[in-house]
Design a protein around this ligand. Structure first.
Ligand SMILES: Nc1ncnc2c1ncn2[C@@H]1O[C@H](COP(=O)(O)OP(=O)(O)O)[C@@H](O)[C@H]1O
Ligand SMILES: [Mg+2]
Length: 328
């Protein structure tokens, strides 16, 4: 299952994605955690020291190798240089699984031990000013989009991404690559306005978007979110002393999280399971193609000097058949 946490800076994306990741790992689920936020904080939120986090390899720096691996023997992709972030997989492409060893994980993923279980962490690397923008060929989040487009993941296997709600993910197709997107919103006008903007982009693509209120304190906060967000409001995480202790440098065990907040994490997982059951591989694949053609026309063809539409393998659908073939 591919899950994203988005929202405005400071809303609690990193806090809630780290907690959800810990919750899944404690339940025994294989998890790949992906830090794709402008501010790279997921490593420390999962318990890495600042030095360990700073030493994480960046997906952005390994983009050429990632492309070379993923294209495999796909005859429609002439070289890694001709592969852009939206180039879809086809016959001959190499697909990634959540639980396996492969050169991409060997180069970029690092194991993180948690108080219950462990996960693998991938990080895009810190963003610079030049990285942000529509025509960014070497976009760091582009590596994440490539991985998602080549990933076959089964039930109870998770990839959880801590991501910004920025324009970069809308310019490409990244925001449509998830089974479920949690929009973290504080009960404030700003929190809600980021939700409205995201919803507007997401509407035409059938993105499953659920709002998770955060730092919700009492009935008035809840009533505000209910009024502004309506049925998209899934659940609310409270103002948490446990999170505050964490922020103060303590290392509280997950099982000591406030029961009401632990129940919120369980609710997120339930929602993920519903999203998994509602998967539509054909639609998901055709959206990948849609965004590839759009990126090809707007900058990709000019950049690579070839017609990138020729990379689309019309008979290829990433889906259940691959899982069966992989024996998952
Ligand atoms: N439910 C909560 N209770 C208390 N503090 C919280 C809660 N959620 C987030 N915080 C605090 O708010 C700040 C911003 O959270 P963070 O997860 O870093 O936001 P983002 O990743 O969206 O920028 C952090 O100091 C974090 O500890
Ligand atoms: Mg963050």
């Amino acid at each position: 299952m591919k899950i994203a946490f988005v929202g405005k800076g400071g809303s609690g994306k990193t806090t809630l994605s780290a907690l959800f990741i810990r919750h899944l790992a404690a339940a025994g689920c294989p998890v790949i955690a992906v830090d794709a936020d402008i501010n790279q904080h997921l490593g420390p939120a999962l318990g890495l020291t600042d030095d360990q986090a700073a030493a994480l390899p960046s997906l952005g720096a390994h983009l050429p190798e990632i492309k070379e691996y993923l294209r495999g023997s796909n005859p429609l992709i002439g070289s890694a240089e001709q592969m852009i972030k939206t180039t879809p997989p086809g016959r001959g492409s190499r697909l990634l699984r959540i639980v396996e060893e492969n050169p991409v994980y060997a180069a970029c993923a690092r194991p993180v031990a948690l108080d219950e279980g462990s996960v693998r962490l991938l990080a895009t690397g810190a963003f610079t000013e030049q990285d942000l923008g529509v025509a960014c060929y070497h976009s760091k989040v582009g590596a994440v989009e490539l991985l998602l487009n080549h990933l076959i993941d089964g039930q109870d296997e998770y990839l959880v991404t801590d991501m910004t709600a920025g324009s970069d993910s809308f310019a490409s197709g990244l925001f449509t690559r998830f089974d479920l997107t949690f929009l973290v919103a504080e009960p404030t006008r700003k929190g809600v306005s980021v939700y409205r903007q995201y919803k507007e982009y997401a509407r035409d693509f059938g993105v499953t978007l659920k709002v998770v209120g955060n730092k919700v304190n009492g009935a008035d906060d809840l009533a505000f979110l209910r009024r502004e967000v309506g049925d998209d409001l899934l659940t609310c995480f409270g103002q948490s002393d446990w999170v505050r202790r964490l922020e103060q440098g303590a290392e509280p065990e997950l099982r000591t999280l406030e029961p009401a907040n632990r129940a919120v994490l369980a609710r997120l997982r339930e929602q993920a399971e519903l999203a998994f059951a509602a998967r539509e591989p054909e639609r998901w694949t055709s959206q990948a193609v849609h965004f590839h053609l759009r990126n090809a026309e707007s900058w990709g063809n000019a950049k690579t000097g070839i017609d990138l539409a020729t990379q689309v393998d019309p008979g290829f659908v990433l889906g259940a058949g691959h899982l069966d073939a992989a024996g998952v």
